[in-house]
Write a protein that binds this ligand. Sequence first.
Ligand SMILES: [Zn+2]
Length: 346
Amino acid sequence: MKTFYTAGHTAHVPQEEFEAGRMTPAVEVPARVETVRRRIAERKLGPIVEPTDYGLAPALRVHNSEFVAFLQTAHARWAQDHPGVDAIPSVFAPQITGQRRREVMARDSTSARLGQYCFDTGTPITQGSWSAAAAAVNIALSAAQAVRLGDAAAFALARPPGHHASTTQFGGYCYLNNIAIAAQFLTDTGARCAIIDVDYHHGNGTQEIFYARDDVLFVSLHADPAFAYPVYWGFADEIGRARGEGFNLNLPLPIATNWQGYREALAAASARIRSFSPDILLVSLGLDTFALDPICRFQLQSEDYLRLGATLAELRKPTVFVFEGGYNLEHLAENTVNVLEGFAAA
Ligand SMILES: [Zn+2]
């Protein structure tokens, strides 16, 4: 299995996020990808390949162009008034709409734009965020292309992650939605795509992007938003709308879910994917379901990730794995590679 990777992600080094009333050290850090890359090399999983540059066009197939333009220049604008500090929004005014919002946005205030385009205070824009986010998209696209051209599977070892980023908003450590852009890219070539999101958190961005569509299936197993981020999204009654009704399946799970509970949800997810009959499966591969993850509350063990990989392999589809969350730096590499080895061995 090829792994797509570039050192470009190391440009994105968030220092702190605002969480639960205080600044806390960032957990979405370069060491996450570097530890996984080292283990892939040690385990001889396959070649580690530099991505191809696809330009911005694929990202603009799923994201609003003004939103993308904002991300490109946000840090430079912010730094003029706030040198040495990462950009985090402090004002959100979703109730201001129409003409007044247009007037405020037209003043070109970075703080108004941050509040418009971001939905939380945990996702700082740093000097290198844009270049790293753009590189992550190229990694996902390169993995998708490898599978499109015949590889049985490929791994996009990308950060920042993507599954919380929607058409017009970033948040949850995500700026551009890597997996959604890859799925759209494959769809544009005529492939029927299903996305399964096994990150601990609901992939609200991916859901939003495909919510009214029946050509891309989105299935997500995640912590119930009743107690977990992203709070507003991920409920079981979010089933899609219009043509997309029935093409969005949320499987929220309780606190302390272990493999037994997870396996049952995974069986339901697999059944829906089988009935959709995709040409290509894309996996939002978050490892923050791990029992020792510092910010999450599930109970999966390292050996369970072998089982997860084997279960995904049972779908017998060409598969694109896209790295998402997972914050226990001691076990992240083992758990990630366990999924890929469990998949390859099945
Ligand atoms: Zn997560």
